[in-house]
Design a protein around this ligand. Structure first.
Ligand SMILES: Cc1cc2nc3c(=O)[nH]c(=O)nc-3n(C[C@H](O)[C@H](O)[C@H](O)COP(=O)(O)OP(=O)(O)OC[C@H]3O[C@@H](n4cnc5c(N)ncnc54)[C@H](O)[C@@H]3O)c2cc1C
Length: 281
């Protein structure tokens, strides 16, 4: 098998033109899949030397996150803590400390497991994804990208994520299997734009419910434009239970997850309603 370590995005894209080659980020998913014989690439293009892909920065009205940023770096970043609280929270509980040091946010999307912890927060925060390939560049809403099959055309590189800075508070919670290596059984992220005690706009995302993480539009609509009070909170919980039940249909896990989502949603909402995004809490 060939192994390459390009120094620039252009070089990586050139190498990816040959069939059978895959991008390698932290390798936490890829190495497992190769060991299990689920994939057998002819070449690996290691993105680890491309500094441009590891940046977290504010650019105008956007928070930009390079695809090779690790969960550890995201979890240590004040910018992420202040501007993208739900994502910051997800980084604290993802995998084990060793996994967090290796695993990247781009690889989380590239692998796109139903339980990918990075995706519900990015969805709730309204993130866009920048894709590059030999065919050119594309910016697409993550919510729209997650509806594509295949997720990425061959040779397409995830350059990074762009989160709009429009004063949203957010919160994340998950139900894991074990504390130390917590692969989510169920996760949720909420984001809220509010003014004078009114929820102007809401986004609600769920993970480990169905094939890929998703945003629930009906739930977001039912909670937007309403006073933030106890009945809003109860409707958020009930609406989440309905969204999860609908997504799971008759799957065996449906009755358990329908109940479990209540606690997970309350936890995410508590962080979100406590503010935290802008006060550095
Ligand atoms: C023990 C263990 C515990 C884990 N716990 C969790 C957990 O709690 N939560 C969670 O979400 N995940 C968990 N994972 C899964 C994994 O760590 C994550 O999905 C991680 O984010 C993958 O990132 P990576 O950098 O290792 O990707 P890699 O394994 O390098 O790549 C994954 C896939 O994405 C593609 N890819 C990578 N980068 C790019 C790019 N820039 N552009 C295009 N394609 C790309 C690769 O070709 C490959 O197909 C766990 C894994 C292990 C082994």
């Amino acid at each position: 098998m060939d192994y390459f370590r390009p120094l620039s995005i252009e070089e990586a894209l050139g190498l990816a033109q040959q069939p059978g080659r895959l991008f390698l980020a932290g390798g936490t998913d890829l190495s497992l899949h190769m060991r299990e014989g689920r994939i057998n690439p002819l070449g690996l293009i290691d993105l680890g030397k491309i500094a441009e892909l590891k940046e977290i920065r504010l650019e105008g009205e956007w928070l930009e996150i390079g695809s090779m940023t690790t969960f550890y770096d995201l979890g240590q970043s004040d910018l992420i803590r202040k501007q993208a609280k739900a994502l910051w929270q997800a980084c604290q509980t993802m995998g084990s400390p060793q996994i967090r040091h290796q695993a990247t946010i781009g690889g989380n999307l590239g692998n796109c497991s139903p339980a990918a912890d990075g995706l519900p927060p990015l969805l709730a925060l309204g993130a866009e994804v920048e894709l590059v390939s030999a065919r050119g560049r594309e910016r697409v809403l993550l919510a729209d990208l997650l509806k594509r099959t295949p997720l990425l055309e061959s040779g397409t590189l995830i350059k990074g994520f762009l989160i709009p800075l429009q004063g949203w508070d957010s919160g994340f919670a998950k139900l894991g299997r074990r504390q130390a290596l917590a692969i989510a059984r169920l996760s949720t992220a909420f984001a809220l734009k509010r003014q004078d005690g009114v929820a102007l706009e809401v986004r609600a995302a769920f993970g480990a419910v169905g094939r890929r993480a998703f945003l629930s539009e009906p739930l977001a609509q039912s909670l937007s434009g309403r006073v933030l009070n106890e009945s809003w909170l109860e409707d958020a919980v009930k609406g989440s239970q309905n969204a999860v039940a609908e997504a799971l249909g008759s799957r065996a896990s449906a009755p358990y997850k329908r109940v479990a989502v209540g606690g997970v949603v309350r936890q995410a909402l508590k962080t979100m309603l406590g503010g935290g995004n802008h006060d550095g809490d």
